[in-house]
Design a protein around this ligand. Structure first.
Ligand code: PMP
Length: 306
């Protein structure tokens, strides 16, 4: 089991992997009232380093806000816990999963009598959509499930319960032979992938759905925008992209902590561009991996060395 590494940090203590358990009446299990992060640590030329930890922590605490959830640990405590965990487990290249959730207390929907439980796990993790996907790109399906609207739930919060939508979209796509889904928002415009943001390249310019399109404000999205602008590209980061524009794009790609920068070669069996990784995608993907593996000095401020 790839997740079978020794220790998990739970509510202030390092506990054995198999002992990091919760009660079956945990509030979050019933109502999806947890918030979480997905973070990567890269085995860089200068040693293992967590990529954009500060921004992930920012989003973690922001995600808790709509739910009136007080994360009972400070930024410094969560940072120290994570660094200590990675050192103990001697992890170099890994995925880090902080989670906070309403725990065991009352079972009313109101969580006023429930503690907030916090945990951090980490495990080795390779590419999300496959090594080949990074080079050749993936085939995606427009999901028949729409993304929930920002008027219905806070879409800018990374809440555990909201991932049923991601599961439905992703599994539908895989049942139909695709690698991943693209989800449209309630208005029918392009939102994002189940766990990725989406970028479109047309006539040498770059477009990505804006925050008003009910997307998660992805940290990789933000990174790609910055890398692209530094390389002289015009990036429209508050775009509204219609479904049809996907088919006529020169290039499409996903961004995400898990997916990193992954080209999209087909949408609903329509070939995008010439059906291979396009030149802009390739340049930005290269820039991304040069950055996170520290083959450049740029953006040293984005790295927390273990
Ligand atoms: N959208 C959704 C719905 C996601 O779950 C993720 C993964 N956190 C992303 C976009 C990409 O965000 P990030 O680049 O911060 O991982």
């Amino acid at each position: 089991d790839e997740m079978d590494v020794g220790t998990i940090w739970q509510d202030g203590d390092f506990v054995d992997w198999d002992d990091a358990t919760v009660h079956v009446l945990t509030h979050a299990l019933h109502y999806g009232t947890g918030i979480f992060e997905g973070v990567r640590c890269y085995d860089t030329e200068n040693g293992p380093a967590i990529f954009r930890w500060d921004e992930h922590l920012d989003r973690f605490y922001q995600s808790a806000k709509p739910y009136d959830m007080e994360v009972p640990f400070s930024r410094a405590e969560l940072t120290e816990a994570t660094l200590e965990l990675l050192r103990r487990e001697q992890l170099r290249s890994c995925y880090i999963r902080p989670v906070a959730f309403y725990g065991y207390g009352s079972l009313g929907v109101s969580p006023k009598e429930n503690p907030v439980d916090t945990a951090i796990a980490a495990w080795p993790w390779g590419t999300y959509l496959g090594e080949e996907a990074l080079e050749r790109g993936v085939e995606v399906m427009i999901s028949s499930w729409r993304k929930y609207a920002s008027s219905q739930v806070p879409t800018n919060a990374k809440t555990t319960g909201l991932y049923v939508n991601s599961l439905l979209a992703g599994e539908e796509a895989r049942r139909n032979g695709y690698t991943e889904a693209i989800v449209l928002n309630k208005e029918g415009q392009v939102a994002e992938g189940p766990g990725e943001n989406l970028f479109l390249v047309r006539d040498g310019e770059i477009y990505t759905p804006g925050l008003s399109q009910s997307i998660l404000d992805g940290i990789t999205r933000n990174t790609v925008i910055e890398l692209a602008r530094e390389r002289g590209y015009t990036v429209y980061d508050q775009a509204s992209i219609s479904r049809g524009e996907l088919n006529t794009a020169d290039e499409l790609f996903f961004s995400g902590t898990a997916a990193e920068v992954t080209p999209i070669r087909k949408v609903d069996n329509v070939t995008i561009g010439d059906g291979s990784r396009g030149p802009v995608t390739k340049e930005l993907q290269q820039a991304f991996f040069d950055l996170v593996e520290r083959r450049t000095d740029a953006h040293e401020e984005w790295f927390t060395y273990v």
